[in-house]
Structure formats: structure tokens, C-alpha cells
Ligand binder design. Sequence first.
Ligand SMILES: [Zn+2]
Length: 139
Amino acid sequence: MVGKRGPINITCQNPDCSFFQIEEGKDITKNGHNTTGNQQYHCHHCGQYFIETRNTPLYHSRLPRSEVLLIAKHAVEKTSIRGVSRIIDHHRDTISRYYHLIGDHAEILNDHNICDVPAGDCEMDEIREFIQKKQKSPK
Ligand SMILES: [Zn+2]
């Protein structure tokens, strides 16, 4: 007897799929774990297999999840790359690479989540102030 499917909080991560990152109508099942312990999924629309970290800074990450999360927290607090490098004891190039990955991912999330938000009076004031500052500043 087949048990009831549990909730799956992931969408298809294949850009060629017609259900790419679309929640409505998705047909995804869990498909065990890969050798690194990540949950694997299978999309029945495109037939692709993918893991839970696909299209995230954790994808193909050699650092443990806890360290990547720590780097992300420092990125939010705008801690210097050399500072994080000393705290976590990894090379500054590694921290820099993760800062870029986290920044790119945050930008994608921002674009995805914040759309069709009408600008209120406060935002209009900020835009007006920004334009006025731009006009005052010498080129
Ligand atoms: Zn798919």
C-alpha cells in the first residue's frame, strides 16, 4: 500500500520545464537522498531529477551548511570579507565567492517576491529626494 504523499515545498528547478519554479500544478515526488545527504526530487513533467539545494548558494558547496549560513549572516551584517575569513578560518577568496553567490541569490529572490508592489507616499518622497540629490551633485 502506498502512503499519502507528504508536503513538498519545492518547485521544479529545470529552466526548460514548463513548470519551472511554478507551484500550481507541479508534480514532484521525493526520490531518496544523494551521497552527500541532500534530498533528491523527481519532476514528472520534465522527467528531471534534482536536489533540494539546486539554484541556491548551497549547490555544489564544499562547506557545510552551517558555515554557509554563518557566511550569509555576516553578509547581511556587511561584515568585511577579511573579518569573516578570520572568524570562520577560510580563505578570503572562498568568503568572497560565497558573498557573490548569496548576493546573486538574494537579488533573484527579491525580484521574484517583490513585484507589483505599488509605491506609497513614503517611497515617492525617497525617489524625489534621490533625484534631487542626483541633480545637485556635479558631474
Ligand atoms: Zn520539471
